[in-house]
Design a protein around this ligand. Structure first.
Ligand SMILES: [Ca+2]
Ligand SMILES: [Ca+2]
Ligand SMILES: [Ca+2]
Ligand SMILES: [Ca+2]
Length: 284
């Protein structure tokens, strides 16, 4: 599923990124749905944010195919539905379980990290300012219910800025329950906000190869113009043309008040430019 809210592409041009605030990591927080009211507080911290663009990949179509993101490692959605551990609400009901054919992204006994790289060119020209993912399950390596040691300080999160530099390692956190049967009260959102852009996020379970995530979500906010830019007038392909006054000076009374300062007029007979300042008309 793709979800997109697009305010205006033209607004993007006015987004000036000048604030150098550091990244803010979010979570881990309970997550049963992106914004279903019946999930109470267990929703995305991004659900109230206004974005220029925003996407959620819930893996229900079996693919990672929202725009502007690729997965660095190999992973799969082909986990049997007896164990596939989706976000609760993807089956339509917030009931403590991910039921039916709902899907997640599975490490497939191959990887202990999942790194999502973002591409600005596919996202209206800007990297995401907000990105997160929902951790949904861990089992024992190569299959079975987790050992108690599998549930302790097992998960870390890391985001990377617009240059690819790490914004710091977040965690480790102790996530998971003793079940691999699609329970959802264990599910946790982890995310990051970095207004200068996020080039990648990585969620890792070091040493683990049997774990799942869901609801990859990312978007870009329109930032207020806090720069010191001055208004300018420019004329492209033409001329700025002053009024003319022929062979005489402009009237003194037209250059007496402070809001007259800066007035100009041209005298072609004497080839003179008159500029009004606090001393009156000055001939240039
Ligand atoms: Ca799902
Ligand atoms: Ca459910
Ligand atoms: Ca779960
Ligand atoms: Ca579990």
């Amino acid at each position: 599923m793709m979800r997109k809210s697009n305010v205006s592409l033209s607004l993007l041009a006015s987004a000036i990124i000048s604030n150098m605030a550091p990244a803010d990591y979010l979570g881990p927080s309970p997550y049963l749905s992106f914004d279903d009211v019946s999930a109470g507080a267990s929703i995305s911290p991004f659900s109230d944010t206004t974005f220029l663009n925003f996407y959620i990949e819930n893996f229900e179509d079996g693919n990672l195919n929202t725009p502007g993101v690729t997965l660095r490692e190999f992973a799969s959605t082909n986990i049997t539905t007896a164990y596939s551990d989706s976000v609760d609400g993807d089956d339509g009901t917030i009931d403590g379980l991910a039921t039916g054919s709902t899907r997640s992204l599975f490490s497939d006994f191959k990887t202990s990290s999942l790194t999502f790289d973002f591409s600005a060119s596919a996202l209206d020209g800007s990297l995401p300012t907000h990105a997160g993912i929902v951790w949904t399950d861990v089992g024992r390596n190569n299959g079975g219910t987790p050992l108690s040691s599998d549930l302790s300080e097992n998960t870390i999160f890391e985001a990377f800025d617009q240059f690819g530099n790490s914004l710091g390692v977040f965690g480790p956190f102790s996530l998971g329950d003793s079940s691999i049967s699609r329970t959802t009260s264990e599910d946790r959102f982890i995310g990051v906000v970095n207004i200068n852009g996020i080039s990648a996020i990585r969620i890792s379970m070091p040493g683990k190869n049997n774990w799942e995530v869901d609801h990859l979500q990312y978007g870009t906010v329109l930032l207020p113009d806090t720069s010191s830019k001055k208004p300018e007038i420019s004329v492209k392909g033409g001329y700025i043309k002053l009024d003319v006054i022929d062979g005489r000076s402009p009237p003194d009374e037209d250059c007496t008040a402070t809001d007259h300062y800066g007035r100009m007029i041209y005298d072609p007979t004497n080839n003179a430019l008159f500029l009004c300042d606090k001393f009156g008309w000055q001939e240039k």
